[in-house]
Design a protein around this ligand. Structure first.
Ligand code: NAD
Ligand code: SER
Length: 317
């Protein structure tokens, strides 16, 4: 039975992943952790510890206390916040990852760390971006993501630490709001459609980016964790995607179901610059070949589910 420590467990991914892993492996086998406590199902349903990933001793103490054998490292500063606070982004994303890899080396643990479409940059081929290609990102978040991929590969090759990761696109979910990224608009648009019937988009028409609905993202993590290591030619990190759209396409999809919905634009140049440096669409053939990656939700199925779940959550008829 795996004992898993999840860092950053109260964030957008962690709040859903922790619940999913607890159902699968048992509540006591999934130790959630975060910077602070706050009201959350994650804290109510199983062990929770305060862990700041920039504090190596704190990580080591909790790993030993709970006899952890896998760390899923979700503690991070995302792209938009990272551009405003680059030192914090470096310290958390790289310093935190280094601390986790060191504990993993000493205690013989596996480590899962998500990378991102942000690990690519303006000189990367934009369409059907290959698994192995040019990675010269021009954001601090992207710099930490590509450096993190390389560091995780280094720990696997030099010390045999079982490191695995995926390059997530923008993730869309209804449980916990996103933490300050460039793709956040694709979550906020659903909330605003239901609450106010209108949305002001911070990115311009034609800005295509890869996206994925959270249930597929959770499956990607679980499937890669359970994948046969002898079949993995890549490790850090696999391209995964489920759909690619621009603001007009998601707007039209919502409008089909809510004909009164309106959208206008107020482009934020700092966000637009980040979005323009990322791919339009990823090629995820290697994830499909090596560990049977297979997303279930396209834009239409996601929109049906998001609107249904958010109507209930926001108590809107
Ligand atoms: P999030 O911002 O929602 O959650 C991150 C959590 O980390 C927050 O709860 C925050 O409090 C915590 N944190 C910040 N500093 C910390 C520290 N020093 N120690 C411990 N915890 C700290 O982020 P998320 O969307 O859940 O992302 C998780 C991972 O997935 C990140 O590595 C992110 O880069 C990656 N990812 C996310 C997306 C997405 O669209 N959500 C896309 C690609 C990659
Ligand atoms: N959703 C993330 C961001 O925009 C992608 O890594 O920062």
């Amino acid at each position: 039975m795996k004992k898993i420590l999840v860092t950053g467990a109260l964030g957008q991914i962690g709040s859903e992943l922790t619940m999913n892993l607890r159902e699968k492996y048992g509540n006591d086998n999934v130790i959630a952790s975060g910077l602070n406590k706050k009201e959350s199902k994650v804290i109510e349903t199983g062990p929770f510890e305060i862990v700041d990933v920039t504090n190596a001793q704190q990580i080591a103490d909790i790993v030993k206390k709970h006899k952890v054998d896998w760390i899923i490292n979700l503690a991070a500063i995302l792209s938009a916040v990272g551009e405003n606070k680059p030192t914090l982004a470096w310290n958390v994303n790289m310093g935190g990852l280094f601390n986790i890899l060191e504990v993993a080396r000493e205690e013989n643990l596996g480590v899962f760390t998500p990378s991102s479409i942000a690990a690519f940059g303006p000189s990367t081929p934009k369409d059907e971006t290959p698994q192995d290609t040019i990675q010269r990102p021009n954001t601090m978040y992207g710099v930490t993501k590509v450096s993190g991929e390389i560091l995780c590969d280094y720990y696997y090759e030099k010390y045999g630490v079982d490191t695995r990761g995926v390059r997530f696109p923008g993730l869309i979910s209804h449980e916990t709001l996103p933490g300050g990224g460039t793709t956040d608009y694709a979550v906020h648009i659903y909330y605003e459609a239901l609450k106010n019937g209108e949305f002001t988009c911070p990115l311009k028409k034609g800005t295509k980016m890869d996206m994925m609905y959270m249930p597929d993202a959770i499956n990607a993590i679980v499937d890669l964790l359970e994948a046969d290591p002898s079949k993995l030619k890549h490790r850090n990190a696999f391209n995964v995607t489920a759909m690619s759209f621009d603001p007009e396409e998601i707007y039209r999809e919502i409008k089909k179901r809510m004909p009164e919905f309106k959208m206008d634009y107020n482009v934020k140049p700092e966000l637009q610059k980040i979005a323009d440096s990322w791919p339009n669409s990823l090629d995820d053939t290697q994830a499909k070949k090596q560990w049977d990656w297979n997303p279930r939700y396209d834009l239409s199925a996601m929109t049906d589910d998001m609107l249904e779940k958010l109507r209930k959550k926001l108590d809107i008829k």
